[in-house]
Design a protein around this ligand. Structure first.
Ligand code: AMP
Length: 290
């Protein structure tokens, strides 16, 4: 057991007032704090973020909140998994100091008169097929950063557009919290771990790693000079003929998140994709430099 630390037993906090007090206490005691925001249904991907947070701070705070404002009508908000007791146990075994698990009413009180607009950062990739999604993400993470003013926040590369938008939000809104990216954790066959993978039937699960294979192939060919459009079309057709419904496959500029037709040397890019298998949407990406 760590000595001299405020939390030797993990706390589960449900109110904004208490989490602000807890973070304030940790900070005045001289502890560096790290926040790992999640929607729960925790898996090894989330655990890797918690481990990274331990490397960077004395105390790790995990937030668990399925944020309604980032789900469009008809998306899976209602059926999103919420195994809260299991999640709390996992956090305990990963030596998390505080779990912040507010109710919907605690996070959103009364009418909201102000909205966010991620503008062109949300014009492509997931932002295009999920209108309003990233405005909701910015809204909730802005609230989280105000209520959990940790020193550092860890986000996964798995949601690269989210990461880039939140990095931009922190810079534009003068959040002093440091934003850190953590690598994507995968199953042995390459499929990126996701809370939504549990929706896949055995047959769909078997086909799911093909998205990652397509992204690897596109990235490798693009980095060696082939024109993006042709290789994307080729991989898209391959996925479709194997039962995937391609939402998008794109190469975008790392900074602007705008699609590119040709690559410049010395620049950073993202190859990103989203597919549906049945009703389940799977996303993944690769970052590369030319
Ligand atoms: P979520 O609970 O899906 O909102 O994800 C919470 C955080 O975990 C986000 O920063 C995600 O990018 C990250 N995450 C989700 N899946 C993975 C994964 N397979 N590997 C690493 N991080 C992940």
């Amino acid at each position: 057991m760590r000595t001299g630390l405020f939390f030797e037993i993990m706390e589960v906090i449900k109110t904004k007032r208490e989490i602000r007090q807890a973070v304030h206490k940790l900070k005045t005691d001289g502890h560096k704090t790290a926040l790992v925001p999640t929607m729960g249904a925790l898996h090894e991907g989330h655990v890797s973020l918690i481990k990274k947070a331990h490397e960077l701070a004395d105390d790790v705070i995990v937030s668990i909140f399925v944020n309604p404002t980032q789900f469009a009508p008809g998306e899976d908000f209602e059926k999103y998994p919420r195994p809260i007791e299991q999640d709390i146990e996992l956090c305990r075994s990963e030596k998390v100091s505080v779990v912040f698990a507010p109710s919907r009413e605690e996070m959103y009180r009364g009418t909201s008169y102000i909205s966010f607009d991620v503008k062109e950062l949300g014009a492509h990739l997931c932002g295009r097929s999920r209108p309003g999604h990233f405005n909701g993400v910015v809204q909730i993470v802005n609230k989280l950063f105000n209520n959990v003013p940790a020193d550092v926040a860890i986000f996964g590369q798995k949601d690269i557009q989210q990461f880039r938008i939140l990095e931009t939000m922190a810079a534009e809104f003068d959040h002093v919290i440091e934003i850190v990216m953590s690598e994507t954790i995968r199953a042995e066959d390459g499929l990126a771990l996701s809370s939504r993978n549990r929706y896949l039937s055995p047959q769909e699960r078997q086909k799911a790693p093909m998205l990652y294979e397509a992204l690897l192939s596109i990235t490798q060919k693009a980095a060696s000079g082939e024109a993006p459009e042709a290789i994307i079309t080729e991989q898209s057709q391959k996925l479709e003929s194997n039962g995937h419904r391609v939402d998008y496959l794109q190469i975008v500029d790392y900074n602007t998140l705008q699609p590119v037709k040709s690559l410049q040397s010395g620049e950073k890019y993202i190859t990103a994709g989203a597919i549906y298998l049945g009703n389940t949407r799977i996303i993944d990406n690769r970052i590369f430099q030319t």
